[in-house]
Design a binder for this molecule. Sequence first.
Ligand code: 5AD
Ligand code: SF4
Length: 447
Amino acid sequence: MTPTFFIRTYGCQMNERDSEAVACLLETRGFHQVEGEDEADVLLFNTCSVRDQAERKVLGKLGLLKRLKRVKPHLVIGVLGCMAQRLGEEIPAKLPHVDLVVGTDQIQTLPDLLLAQLEERRPGVYLERSDASLPMLGLHAPGKISAFIAVMRGCNQGCSYCVVPEVRGREKSRPVTDIVEEATRLVAGGTQEIFLLGQNITAYGVAELRRAGTWNPELSPFADLLRAVCAVPGLRRVRFTSPHPNYMNAAFVRAVAELPRVCDHFHVPVQSGSDRILQAMKRNYTAAAYLERIRALREARPGAAFSTDVIVGFPGETDEDFAATRELMQTADFDMAYIFKYSPRPGTLAERQVDDVPQAVKKQRNEILLKDLDARSLAHNTARVGEDVEVLAEGPSLRNRERWSGRSSDNKNVIFTPEPGLEIGQLRQVRITRATSHSLFGDLLPE
Ligand code: 5AD
Ligand code: SF4
């Protein structure tokens, strides 16, 4: 009998990528992935710890499964990823119907753990740190037009609010040759766009050079990686996330300027526009230094779009600090951003500071920034009407199946009417006729 599994993913793109690799690994070991929870012998939850809310969501979901397990006792429930790593034994202690808790460096052991579990029920918590999960990262679901490649794991940055270094461990970069080989295989299978992933991606390769005693801040191993990946024959687009401004040095900017396959969109987390708060966050740059990096990138890539991550309501954030964030976002001219309300995380440095910004104020600041963004993106998008934009066709739009959607190089969602014979993965020109703050609408131009 083929055991079936269902996997649900919370959190960031790295988690999505891990889930994809886990699913492939399980398929190679005789498991079969299903789309519905009800049909599965194994339920897996790949979890996130970045904010309290992300954890509560999963804990709530797991709580609800207690009843299901009673009527379906053979069901295996596994918790993977960041929250598994952070809470470990606490999970089965609170939720005894959870069978397996598998941390971020142990996902490669899942097939064996699950097989043992299905045979003779051996619940357990597996959190050991290791590099053994790296090779399995080469596994991909076939036929993806746009594919993720995890180029490094972990983070050494030590931002005071962030749980990632604890749950994902120290930075480990994969060799350039492995990544290029993976990209080459993907392109041979039809991939047009590769999205390079790392929690601190501009520090790719830095920890290894530091260890070897050959690190020099003028180097950019990530720029070298970008050059190597862009040289893969047949690959059309390269994106990456998330960079840290401090590693966006001249070598990096030069590479971006010289590599047309690198897309015209850069997501550069700023977190705050107040120097006082940036210092308390241990970001190690000032607002002016950040803006200078953005300016240099814009000069290298005129017309590129920029987006960011911002935390509102960090401990001690005053109206003045918040005003500085608002102003920085205007100066940088972001039209997309992920805005987060500060959430104290156990074990982080910031947790020792009082979470003194009231929830209502966090909410209000969040709303103000979202409104600003909406206005800017409407202005940016409206200015595009009449332009011809290159779009990677992704298939029928979720809202209206008669129209298709795709992404422009600068990461705008473009909706257009398909022509007969149009295929997913084609790069086509679309003439923009209408815009909202969320999308561009237009007509497909003949090839
Ligand atoms: N509270 C709120 N937001 C956070 N982030 C990271 N840690 C926290 C926290 N404790 C945000 C940052 C980061 C993004 C992935 O999540 O903006 O860039
Ligand atoms: Fe969440 Fe961070 Fe883990 Fe991604 S790396 S799943 S954002 S805690």
